[in-house]
Design a protein around this ligand. Structure first.
Ligand code: SF4
Length: 366
């Protein structure tokens, strides 16, 4: 029951997801103990290095320029700002920094060069560096690897079927292509999704089929609960029940036994008891800091109190894979190719996305 399999079917995953809860928890916790230290949880810090103004139409995201939300946009942060925040994160127990930029895809040029310098700087602080920058080419993935990137995040978000009801500006296959480009380097893959977006349980299973069938499976899978933000197309969706989160974490743990399962957005809605059950079910990472990109997150001191209460220890950096080497920009052997790949734009109409866009125009006129 515990070796890594890449041929899970949706039906098998649904059978696991729908098991009586105590049985599901027992199975997931048994597998978790085989591959991971059950008393260790990684604390990661998510930094929004470029916020807002994104051209995509992801129905859950307050950073999409087309929706009217309260978030404050900012241009790309400086390397010094990022270094200061990384040092602060390290001193409060984080072993990983994930930098997010609200871009559709990476473009070669001064901004990407600045991100590469951020990667070098954080890797030299002996922290795991992860980036989430949108779609990337193989050449860009290689340049990130050369700078010392430890992980690249590119979420599948949901099942291929439901994806079409969430995003119309990019295609599910392009997500897979970016993951494939990352896999041509030694950078590890972080890819997961969001539950509570109005999808069916079958879609959650479908997403897990897609992730588990990647070979190798992603080293890291974030499981997010939707945080419904006013002004986004999903603003009226009720928060997902904690039981669903626990089931999703446990099922993820069973189908991807060696993966780091990350309890991500939506923790402010969860009690400590609920989070403890997620850790028991196999979650072994949280994001720290009072903001998760743009949505609220528990304060780091509250998390440390919870760790103390549960007897959990923060995971050290590079426990799961060795620290990458950093090659300085001056010694780089990989030239930017200045490619302009034609990432797909399906362009179909999603009613709730169209409505949110129309409402945003009305608000701006007022
Ligand atoms: S999720 Fe990412 S790509 Fe989608 S709108 Fe938000 S910032 Fe842009």
């Amino acid at each position: 029951m515990s070796e890594t399999r890449h041929n899970w079917t949706k039906e098998e995953i649904l059978d696991i997801y729908n098991k009586p809860l105590m049985e599901l928890l027992y199975d997931a916790a048994t597998i978790h103990r085989k591959y991971h230290d059950p008393n260790t949880v990684q604390v990661s810090t998510l930094l929004s290095i470029k916020t807002g103004g994104c051209p995509e139409d992801c129905g859950y995201c307050p950073q999409a320029a087309r929706y009217h939300t309260d978030i404050e946009g900012n241009d790309l942060m400086s390397v010094q700002q990022v270094k200061a925040q990384a040092l602060r994160a390290k001193s409060s127990g984080s072993s990983r920094v994930c930098m997010g930029a609200a871009w559709r895809n990476v473009k070669d040029g001064p901004e990407f060069d600045q991100v590469l310098e951020m990667v070098r700087t954080i890797n030299k602080l002996d922290m795991e560096v992860c980036c989430t920058l949108g779609m990337i080419t193989e050449n860009q993935a290689k340049r990130l690897a050369e700078a010392g990137l430890y992980a690249y995040n590119h979420n599948l978000d949901t099942s291929e079927d439901y994806y079409k009801d969430v995003i119309s500006t990019r295609a599910f296959e392009d997500r897979l292509e970016t993951i494939d480009n990352v896999r041509k380097t030694n950078v590890t893959v972080c890819s997961g999704g969001i539950i509570g977006m109005g999808e069916k349980v079958e879609d959650r299973a479908g997403m897990l089929v897609a992730l588990a069938s990647l070979s190798p499976q992603p080293e890291s899978v974030p499981v997010n609960a939707l945080v419904a933000v006013e002004g986004t197309p999903m603003e009226d969706i009720e928060p997902v029940a904690i039981w669903e989160m626990i089931r999703m974490v446990a099922t993820t743990r069973i189908v991807m036994p060696k993966t780091q399962v990350r309890l991500s957005a939506g923790r402010t809605e969860m009690s400590r008891e609920g989070q403890a059950m997620c850790f028991f079910a196999g979650a072994n990472s949280i994001f720290a800091g009072d903001k998760l990109l743009t949505t609220p997150n528990p304060d780091v001191n509250e998390d440390m109190e919870m760790f103390k209460m549960l007897g959990l220890n923060p995971q050290k950096a590079f426990v799961k894979a060795p620290q990458p080497e950093t090659i300085e920009a001056t010694a780089s052997k990989i030239e930017p190719l200045g490619e302009k790949p034609k990432w797909t734009r399906p362009g179909h109409k999603i009613e709730r996305n169209e409505n949110a866009k129309a409402n945003s125009k009305l608000v701006e006129k007022e």
